[in-house]
Design a protein around this ligand. Structure first.
Ligand code: NAD
Length: 455
């Protein structure tokens, strides 16, 4: 281990932990230990592996408050949300405990024998996680990787490692193969570089920015690693005039300002049919102003701070003098990396606010005149992660849902993620799918076996 990483509470700017940063040797040793752990794991019975995943879920449930408070202080996430997210982590392990003995193959009709397929584990999986939903996103990858018979090395983001470190300790205290799940803290350019190039790592599950995802792809190419990449987004929330407008308005602020906008699925482009634009804008601003911004440890807080001073600077860079932004709330003065929500109505279609992922509390509301135009605008982005359609016309809902180039889309809802359903991106939002049974494909190789029945 080399330097210490000072972890800061973004709501107070206090140092809340000092974490050792792994160097190359530590990261390499973790991979080598993971190879041994995987051999032991795959020799265990199906029922023992199922019970192990249940035990992980159980220990997370027993420590929900502790893990939620770590997440709250580390990310600046409101405690009520953090609690819900950690509950989701336990659910994720419970779900994949049930999958362990349901990883099926096919029998395929062929001449001269019997042909069958098996899904074999890959070996060592490296999970590289972002700072916005630290333990939930790590769990979406750790749980299916383990269920499919792999071992895991997890690298949390430097800014927010605390919940993942504690999770690693809780898992290590269970009666599981030693080093089955290891947490290695450290910088992306050091630990990430080892994990993405080490010949004994079979797969990288990376969640982060599109730019870093491209670097991960390049590094992983040398050893032909399997990849799941969950990257950036610029999702559209399309509101048609025939929608239940009050429901759409009520749901919209949370879908862009939740987690203070630091959400890959943030619907930061709200496309509104021009006939209802004024009503939508007025309602949206009113609902946003009703959100409580402040102490993340208070149960009534809706929005906490941004994760760091540097990130607040990046987000603020979108608010140039030529941007006409409506301030829709009051943030505390500081200490803390606070930023109140901003709403920009009808921005220039070529502007950064419309095109780039902001990852902060800035929403663009953009008018459209026809279904065709709405679809064209929704697809006019390099990203394709999530999105929503608000309409009372079932035919239109299905037409638009099929036409938008995005991995997940909700009708009359702004939800994106369910443990049972596949989640992932089109275009430069990445590839591969997390969650649901689809995730298992990403953690297994398909093997074909032919047995001759010739006499
Ligand atoms: P980031 O790309 O800066 O970092 C993500 C992780 O990659 C961190 O753990 C970091 O240490 C590591 N890393 C950095 N350089 C690396 C390298 N060269 N090799 C290997 N690993 C390296 O992203 P972030 O700032 O933590 O997260 C924000 C981004 O993540 C946003 O773009 C957001 O949209 C995206 N995100 C996507 C999803 C999704 O599911 N699609 C979910 C959450 C966040």
């Amino acid at each position: 281990m080399n330097d210490l990483n000072r972890v800061i509470n973004p709501a107070t700017e206090e140092v809340i932990a000092e974490i050792p940063m792994a160097d190359t040797a530590v990261a390499e040793a973790a991979v080598e230990k993971s190879v041994i752990a995987q051999r032991e794991w795959i020799r265990m019975s199906l029922s023992a592996r199922r019970d192990a995943l249940r035990a992980i879920a159980g220990t997370v449930r027993d420590h929900v408050e502790e893990l939620a408070l770590l997440e709250c202080r580390d990310v600046g996430k409101p405690i009520a949300e953090a609690r819900g997210e950690i509950g989701g982590v336990a659910e994720c392990f419970e779900y994949y405990a049930g999958v362990v003995d349901k990883i099926l193959g096919d029998t395929i009709p062929v001449e001269g024998g019997v042909d069958m397929t098996f899904r074999e584990p890959l070996g060592v999986v490296a999970v590289i996680a972002p700072w916005n939903f630290p333990l939930p996103i790590a769990s979406w990858n750790i749980a299916p990787a383990l269920a499919a018979g792999n071992s895991v090395v997890v690298k949390p983001a430097e800014l927010t490692p605390l919940s993942t470190i504690r999770f690693g300790e809780l898992v290590a205290a269970l009666d599981l193969p030693e080093n089955l799940v290891q947490v290695v803290t450290g910088p992306g350019r050091v630990v990430g570089a080892v994990l993405t190039s080490h010949p004994s790592v079979a797969k990288i599950s990376f969640t982060g920015s599109t730019e870093t995802g491209q670097a991960v792809m390049r590094s992983a190419a040398g050893t032909m690693k399997r990849l799941t990449l969950e990257l950036g987004g610029k999702s559209a929330n399309i509101v048609f005039a025939d929608a239940d407008l009050s429901r759409a308005i009520k749901a919209a602020p949370g879908s862009v300002f939740g987690n203070t906008g630091q959400d890959c699925c943030a619907r930061s482009r709200i496309l509104v049919e021009r006939k209802v634009l004024d009503d939508f804008v007025a309602g949206f601003i009113e609902q946003t102003q009703a959100m409580t911004i402040g102490d993340p440890e208070s149960e009534s807080t809706h929005l906490g701070p941004l994760v760091s001073a540097a990130h607040r600077e990046t987000v603020s860079s979108f608010l140039t003098d030529d941007v006409d932004a409506v301030l829709a709330g009051n943030a505390p003065d500081g200490p803390g990396f606070w930023m109140a929500p901003r709403v920009v109505v009808a921005p220039d279609p070529g502007s950064r606010i419309v095109r780039d992922e902001i990852f902060g509390p800035i929403a663009a509301i953009i008018p459209f005149d026809s279904e065709e135009e709405a679809v064209r605008m929704a697809n006019d982005t390099i990203y394709g992660l999530s999105g929503s359609i608000w309409t009372s016309d079932v035919g239109r809902a299905l037409r638009v849902a099929r036409a938008v180039e995005t991995g997940t889309v909700s009708v009359n809802s702004n939800s994106s993620v369910r443990i049972q359903t596949p989640f992932g991106g089109f275009k430069q939002s990445g590839f591969g799918r997390e969650l649901g049974l689809a995730a298992i494909e990403g953690y297994t190789e398909l093997k074909n076996v032919f047995i001759s029945t010739a006499e």
